[in-house]
Design a protein around this ligand. Structure first.
Ligand SMILES: [Zn+2]
Length: 349
């Protein structure tokens, strides 16, 4: 016996609540896609995200633990700063040379390609410019075997696009061994387009081979922290929040109102606390010399004639991260060290 025919054929429409759920799920996916996390890994090595994966992600210096391939005061007992991540290679050719594709961390524009490895301890390197949450950021990829053929300054690249092949180029006396093959990856802000003038005055007998793309003109923050925070916060990651949360190493009062950093990073400048024309800034630096907060000051705040006045030092932070040598103790008090003065000159050139 055949089942009775249904008088009303079943509707092909799902119930209204299911449609709603589907639509809201689709909108959520779209929202995630539109707010894609800005920074991606520069190679296929994502071991940083795996529990206990750090030794498979970082490469240490010869004979030293993997932590010496991390960002910060990780070398020479904390007295030497490593301003990027040394990320381990995953694939090699039959001679044992690294062949990992190196990928753009975000949509951006090629700003500089150095293909004369003898001119830099970075070896062959590439600098890209990105706009993230309204902030100009520069990523740098070093020790490359070669940039992608045809890649040139001014060219737009997309997040995840191959820009180079990993290598082990450098001009240092001690070459990078095959075992230590890695890409050195940095995320930076940019100090000053007047860098060449600063360099000529500061180092009259040296030649600046890379113009404003000298590594000294870029100031890094920790890509590991960024990548982990992106994992934890998802689309809520915000670069400005991240930068504002840097730990202060020292605060310096600077008697200058108009310098490139203020114009390039106005989002780091706080509102003027008192009425009156701005005569300078109190600048908070993190241990690496990144000026992450600027408080405008009026003429009444400036007592002496000094161009720079060290206002405070966070001693706990100095004990933890002294490597940039921005300040030092003289007797019972602190003062700006030569490296700190040099940084202030570069910033306000
Ligand atoms: Zn490195």
């Amino acid at each position: 016996m055949s089942p009775p025919k249904s008088r009303n054929p079943p509707s092909c429409k799902p119930p209204r609540s299911a449609v709603k759920r589907l639509v809201s799920a689709a909108l959520w996916c779209l929202a995630i896609a539109l707010h894609a996390q800005p920074f991606g890994f520069p190679t296929a090595n994502h071991a940083l995200l795996e529990p206990g994966g750090e030794p498979r992600f970082f490469v240490g210096t010869t004979g030293k633990p993997y932590t010496t391939g991390m960002f910060g005061c990780v070398r020479s007992g904390g007295w030497q700063v490593h301003e990027g991540l040394d990320i381990k290679c995953l694939q090699r050719d039959r001679h044992g040379e690294p062949t990992d594709p190196v990928l753009a961390t975000d949509d951006g524009v090629v700003m500089y390609i150095n293909t004369r490895p003898s001119l830099s301890n970075y070896g062959n390197y590439i600098v890209l410019r990105h706009m993230v949450d309204g902030i100009e950021v520069y990523s740098l990829y070093a020790h490359l075997f070669e940039p992608r053929p045809g890649l040139h300054s001014g060219q737009a690249v997309h997040r995840g696009e191959q820009i180079a092949v990993m290598g082990r180029t450098s001009n240092t006396r001690e070459r990078i061994s095959k075992e230590r093959a890695h890409v050195h990856f940095e995320l930076n802000l940019f100090y000053n387009e007047h860098f060449p003038a600063f360099f000529r005055r500061r180092y009259p007998n040296e030649h600046d081979d890379h113009g404003i793309w000298n590594g000294q003109n870029l100031v890094g923050f920790d890509p590991r922290e960024v990548l982990l925070e992106e994992r934890d916060l998802g689309p809520r990651f915000n670069l400005l929040d991240f930068l504002r949360r840097r730990v202060e190493l020292c605060r310096v009062r600077v008697r200058k109102t108009d310098f490139p950093w203020v114009r390039r990073y106005p989002m780091l400048v706080q509102p003027l606390p008192t009425a009156g024309p701005v005569a300078g800034y109190d600048i908070s630096f993190d241990f690496n010399g990144l000026p992450f907060a600027l408080i405008p000051r009026t003429a009444a705040d400036f007592k002496g004639a000094a161009r720079y006045e060290l206002l405070s030092v966070n001693e706990a932070e100095y004990t933890k991260n002294p490597g940039r040598r921005l300040v030092h103790r003289r007797g019972a008090s602190w003062e700006l060290a030569p490296h700190g003065l040099e940084l202030l000159e570069l910033l306000t050139e």
